[in-house]
Design a protein around this ligand. Structure first.
Ligand code: 13P
Ligand code: SF4
Length: 319
């Protein structure tokens, strides 16, 4: 995009944002221009908390569909818009409500913990919701003798089972097409290239179990490896004394990491960790959203009322 066009677009977006009195929320994986225009940039948990607290009557959600749905469920009296309805999530589409209902039949006494990366219909079939920030906390809040069905991310589920020591977690075999690509070999390669760096790994990554295993065996230094949500990565890099970090998550987060820590250096574990859904939100689409009030994400009341229960349980546990 030519810089004059870009400047013009940005000034129109600011004009319409003011006129509409809209709140722009953006996920940490959004393109830099969108992050820079947002009122608030954060991870899934932080964005749902903001959506629940805001006074604004109009929320423009720059993220993926399930995130906008969560905002709409928490604020049914507000208008929630997503600039592109096609911005989905490969992980969320791995399980639908009917599949979950069938799965639950095999475990009638189990409670269902669903990752926030699920549709509203799946949440409506769940007992607890969780994000990568609070999954361990949520599981720990459930009596130890209750069996848990964890959907839909197997790497996050496996990580939570290991950290909590739960033996009664049945984990759905889903994965995110971006994070599943990160293999132990990618971590080993970067460890030899950047021996002084700290390693920040999102729990959706395909290497999480092996990294925990290597760290426990002393094959990789435990103190240098941290499994964190995107919001956790933001907080950790600010307080850490290290100057070099290898980042194992979607590369969109590098913009914010660099912006908020200009003296530190951040190396992506792989250059191809790009979520095409997150990149669907662009400046022209944001402008269209503000101008034409498109595209509304509204969860039918019957589903929203049921889906709100596991989300609010999670928010209570996280507060
Ligand atoms: P966070 O909640 O850590 O931001 O993760 C969201 C997500 O979609 C990761 O792929
Ligand atoms: Fe979904 Fe993966 Fe994209 Fe996150 S990175 S929004 S889990 S597809």
């Amino acid at each position: 995009m030519r810089s004059k066009n870009k400047e013009e677009l940005i000034s129109q977006i600011l004009f319409w944002k003011k006129k509409r009195q809209a709140l722009i929320l953006a996920h940490n994986y959004q393109i830099p221009e969108i992050q820079d225009l947002a009122d608030f940039v954060g991870d899934s948990l932080e964005l749902s908390q903001k959506a629940a607290q805001t006074e604004s009557k109009l929320i423009i959600f720059c993220g993926v569909h399930f995130m906008a749905e969560t905002a709409s469920i928490l604020s049914p009296d507000k208008k929630v818009l997503i600039p592109d309805l096609e911005a989905g999530c490969s992980l969320a589409s791995m399980i639908d409500a009917e599949m979950l209902r069938q799965w639950k039949k095999n475990y009638p006494k189990a409670v269902v913990v669903s990752y926030v990366n699920t549709s509203a219909e799946v949440k409506a079939e769940s007992d607890y919701c969780c994000t990568s920030t609070n999954a361990v906390q949520v599981v720990n809040s459930i009596p130890v003798n209750r069996q848990i069905l964890f959907v839909p991310d197997m790497f996050l589920g496996d990580y939570v089972a290991k950290v909590t020591g739960r033996k009664n977690m049945i984990i759905y075999p889903g994965e995110c097409h971006v994070h599943a690509k990160v293999k132990p070999a990618d971590i080993n390669k970067k460890m030899s290239q950047y021996p002084k760096a700290e390693f920040l790994i999102h729990p959706e990554c395909g290497c999480v179990s092996s990294c925990m295993h290597f760290a426990a065996n002393g094959d990789i230094p435990n103190v240098k490896t941290h499994i964190l949500s995107t919001g956790g990565m933001m907080k950790y890099t600010k307080k850490s004394k290290s100057n070099e970090f290898v980042i194992a998550t979607e590369t969109g987060i590098l913009h914010r990491l660099k912006k908020e820590n200009p003296k530190k250096s951040f190396i992506p574990v792989r250059d191809d960790l790009v979520c095409r859904f997150m990149k669907m939100i662009t400046l022209p689409k944001l402008l269209n959203s503000l101008k034409n009030l498109e595209y509304e994400v509204k969860v039918p009341k019957k589903i929203a009322d049921r889906a709100r229960i596991p989300i609010e349980r999670m928010l209570e546990i996280s507060n």
